[in-house]
Design a protein around this ligand. Structure first.
Ligand SMILES: [Zn+2]
Length: 229
């Protein structure tokens, strides 16, 4: 991967990922980012080691023993999540997973391989296509393809929006994002993502609530909202 990843999950998010306290779908986006980002691979290893050291120092016989026991259990049960991102090749997920859309085939991170096998049909709207990845969680996970020179209408977020660039490049009012970059937008953020004139883009999108589109007639907004969510 020649692109230097610039946008990472915050330290708190990584810590929660290592602890196993994130919802499965948010963890999926973080895990796929880690697959693409050597910096966060190292950081999550360091966090794992730090948390193990803290747990080793704790006196389990104290009055908080039960709580600490629970913490340790949580820690132990969170381990497979971490090792699975580092060694997915040992399980049944294909080593190289890819998705095809608009006559193009893209390689995707191993963290997404098994989910991508259950991918729904692509839905197309202008130069944009989405395909849901069915998960058990309440969040909505989908692949988002944006053809070159295409703009996603300006929108605000009603919940958390996580967008991980899997291929190509996307730009919005706040910057330019390449492979591995993770954009996190919260309810008050408004932006207009678009692709460059000469390059299309594939992203993983995790939404905790629908997008709210700011332009156009009200009657046109609802179908658009449904399309993305
Ligand atoms: Zn990173």
């Amino acid at each position: 991967m020649t692109h230097a990843v610039k946008f990472h999950p915050g330290l708190m998010l990584l810590e929660q990922y290592v602890e196993g306290s994130l919802s499965a779908d948010v963890a999926l986006a973080v895990s796929a980012h880690i697959d693409l980002c050597p910096h966060c691979q190292q950081l999550s290893k360091d966090i794992t080691n730090d948390q193990a050291a803290v747990l080793a120092e704790q006196d389990v016989s104290g009055r908080d023993a039960e709580q600490e026991w629970q913490q340790m259990l949580n820690f132990i049960t969170s381990q497979p999540t971490i090792s699975s991102s580092a060694s997915t090749h040992t399980d049944t997920a294909p080593q190289v997973a890819s998705v095809s859309v608009n006559g193009r085939t893209f390689e995707i991170p191993r963290a997404l391989a098994r989910l991508a096998e259950k991918q729904n049909k692509w839905l197309h709207l202008g130069g944009i296509a989405t395909a849901k990845l069915p998960t058990a969680d309440k969040q909505h996970v989908s692949l988002l393809y944006i053809d070159k020179g295409t703009e996603v209408p300006n929108h605000t977020h009603l919940g958390l929006e996580m967008t991980l660039v899997l291929a190509g490049k996307i730009v919005d009012e706040n910057g330019e994002y390449g492979v591995g970059d993770l954009l996190i937008n919260s309810p008050d953020d408004t932006h207009t993502p678009r692709t460059l004139a000469d390059e299309d883009c594939l992203c993983l999108s995790v939404l905790s609530a629908p997008l709210k589109f700011n332009k156009g007639l009200t009657r046109l907004l609802n179908p658009l909202q449904q399309f993305f969510y």
